[in-house]
Design a protein around this ligand. Structure first.
Ligand code: GLC
Ligand code: MG
Length: 249
């Protein structure tokens, strides 16, 4: 068996199927110990909300934690975000300007303070308003020549982040740092902010059976042999995919 780089979203991907989570965590810990497999969580949550979930669900310690939709990387349990990564995001990013330009849209409700991060500005926006309003927001922000992108997830969450940042680019930063080939890397997700994980390159992809419409729609539009749509939900779907790709015996 060879080591692989395992990258997973948390809410409704790794977490949400208790029995399968216990089984998968055991298998991954063992694989890490025996073969040097690396475990990465890639979540939209801030470090504060991540810790809550980690305690609640008894999540095993990852080798790296990617928080705030790819805008923060914490290595080996460190409390400080990796500066190699934040140095890449900083040029051209102006969070005050992004926030003030976006908040003039009355359809947007700011998310709680804990989720407003140095490289992430987040709002709630209802699904029925999103199709119309997101392109308008984008156009407005482009006018200020802000180097940003909008990421919409789960029919409610809008994140505005630097163009150079998302879960996919953060994953590749780690993959290159640790020298894993794309075919020895697997990414798992369920919603809009995970599309970047699947879209960025040729890593193997597992879409869990309970995936949200926005991800399934993207998957249908951009099919790829390296992507597996599981039947099982959450960690159950991940286990299924890991076997499908031959990462586990
Ligand atoms: C998490 C974060 C939230 C973000 C969402 C989607 O729920 O707490 O700020 O908008 O993920 O990325
Ligand atoms: Mg999720």
């Amino acid at each position: 068996m060879k080591p692989f780089l395992f990258v997973t979203d948390l809410d409704h991907t790794l977490v949400g199927n208790d029995q399968a989570l216990v089984e998968l965590s055991k298998i991954l810990s063992q694989h890490r110990q025996d073969y040097g497999t690396k475990i990465v969580y890639a979540t939209g949550r801030s470090p504060v909300l991540y810790r809550e979930l980690q305690v609640e669900q008894n999540l095993i310690e990852p080798d790296a934690l990617v928080c705030s939709v790819g805008t923060e990387i914490y290595l080996n349990g460190s409390d400080h975000p990796d500066t190699g990564w934040s140095d890449i995001l900083a040029p051209g990013w102006n969070r005050e300007l992004v926030f003030s330009a976006a908040k003039s849209f009355s359809e947007l409700t700011p998310q709680p303070d804990s989720e407003q991060r140095p490289f992430k500005v987040s709002f709630f926006v209802k699904q029925e308003l999103a199709d119309k309003i997101l392109p308008e927001i984008e156009t407005k922000l482009q006018k200020y020549a802000l180097n940003i992108k909008l990421i919409y997830s789960s029919g409610i969450d809008l994140d505005i982040v630097p163009l150079s940042s998302d879960k996919g680019q953060a994953m590749q930063f780690l993959r290159q740092k640790w020298k894993f080939a794309a075919e020895q890397t697997v990414v798992c997700g369920d919603s809009g902010n995970d599309i970047a994980l699947f879209a960025v390159g040729n890593e193997r992809g597992i879409i869990v059976g309970n995936a949200r419409a926005e991800l399934l729609q993207w998957h249908t539009e951009y099919p790829n042999d390296y992507r597996y749509l599981a039947q099982g939900f959450c960690a159950g779907g991940i286990l299924e995919g890991l076997h499908y790709f031959g990462f586990l015996e």
